[in-house]
Design a protein around this ligand. Structure first.
Ligand SMILES: [Fe+2]
Ligand SMILES: [Fe+2]
Length: 257
C-alpha cells in the first residue's frame, strides 16, 4: 500500500499542484553547490520534487551524503528513482558502498523501486509510481550480447521481466489516484531519446516500458538518463513523456497538475 502525504501548500482544492522534476544531477564534490542551487530554485516554485535517477556520479557513500545534505534543505516532499550511476544490481559495483549510499538517500527522500507514494493536494490524490525501468531494447538493435556479460548468470529476459514487473507494480498502486505520474530513470520510448547516437539507443531504454505505459495510461511520464535526448515526445498511444535530464532541459522542469 502506498504511503500518503499531505502537501503543505494550503491551496484551495482546485489550485494546481506544482511539481518540479529534474534528472541526472550526478552529485559529487565538484557539482554539489550547483545542485544546491537547482534544488533551492525548485523549492521556491514547487510543492513536490521528483528526481529521475543518476542522483550521484558513482553511488558512493560520500556522494550520497552530499546529495542528502542538499535534500535536507528542501522543505517539500521529494520522491526519487535510482539510476545506473547510483545503483547497479547486476554489476559488481552494487556492493556494500552502493547499499550504504542507497540507505543515505532513503533517509532524505522517498526512494521508489517498484512502489509508489501518494500525495494529497486539496481534494485530489496525486500518485507517483516509481521504478528505474530498464534498458536493452530501443532503436534498431537489442543490446543483448554486450549486456549479457554483466548479468552474472541471470538470463537477460529474466532481468528485464523483473524490472518490468516493478513498473507494473508501481502503476497498479496508483490506479485510483486522481493524477497518476510514472517516474523512471530509463527512457520508455524512442521519441525522448532522439539526439543520442543511433548505436546508443539500446542502452537508453526499453520499448516494453512504453507498451506498459500505453496500457496503464498515466497522465504523465517523467524520465532522465538520456543527456543528449529530447525533452518531450508522446508514446505510440499518446501518453506525454518528458525527459527531464537537466543536460537536456537546462534546469528544473515544472508541471502543473
Ligand atoms: Fe545520467
Ligand atoms: Fe543514467
Amino acid at each position: 500500500m502506498a504511503r500518503r502525504h499531505h502537501l503543505a501548500s494550503g491551496k484551495a482544492d482546485l489550485a494546481p499542484c506544482r511539481i518540479a522534476a529534474v534528472g541526472d544531477l550526478h552529485c559529487h564534490a565538484a557539482t554539489v553547490e550547483r545542485i544546491r542551487g537547482f534544488l533551492a530554485e525548485a523549492t521556491a516554485q514547487a510543492d513536490l520534487l521528483l528526481l529521475a535517477g543518476d542522483l550521484t556520479e558513482n553511488g558512493t557513500p560520500l556522494e550520497a551524503e552530499l546529495l542528502a545534505s542538499c535534500l535536507g534543505e528542501v522543505p517539500v516532499p521529494v520522491a526519487v528513482v535510482l539510476g545506473n550511476h547510483d545503483w547497479d544490481p547486476l554489476a559488481n559495483r552494487a556492493n556494500g558502498a552502493q547499499r550504504e549510499a542507497r540507505r543515505t538517500v532513503a533517509g532524505a527522500a522517498q526512494v521508489l523501486d517498484g512502489r509508489s507514494v501518494l500525495f494529497q493536494s486539496g481534494n485530489r490524490t496525486i500518485g507517483i509510481a516509481g521504478a528505474s525501468g530498464c534498458y536493452g531494447d530501443l532503436g534498431e538493435a537489442r543490446y543483448v550480447s554486450a549486456f549479457q556479460s554483466r548479468l552474472n548468470g541471470v538470463p537477460y529476459d529474466d532481468f528485464v521481466l523483473g524490472e518490468l514487473k516493478k513498473v507494473v507494480a508501481a502503476l497498479d498502486e496508483v490506479q485510483l489516484a486522481d493524477v497518476r505520474i510514472l517516474l523512471l530513470h530509463y527512457a520508455p520510448i524512442e521519441g525522448t531519446v532522439a539526439g543520442e547516437a543511433a548505436h546508443l539507443y539500446p542502452v537508453c531504454g526499453h520499448r516494453a516500458v512504453g507498451s506498459i505505459i500505453d496500457r496503464y495510461r498515466p497522465h504523465l511520464v517523467i524520465h532522465g538518463h538520456c543527456h543528449y535526448g529530447t525533452a518531450f515526445a508522446k508514446s505510440l498511444g499518446g501518453v506525454p513523456v518528458y525527459n527531464v535530464a537537466h543536460q537536456v532541459t537546462g534546469g528544473v522542469s515544472y508541471f502543473w497538475v
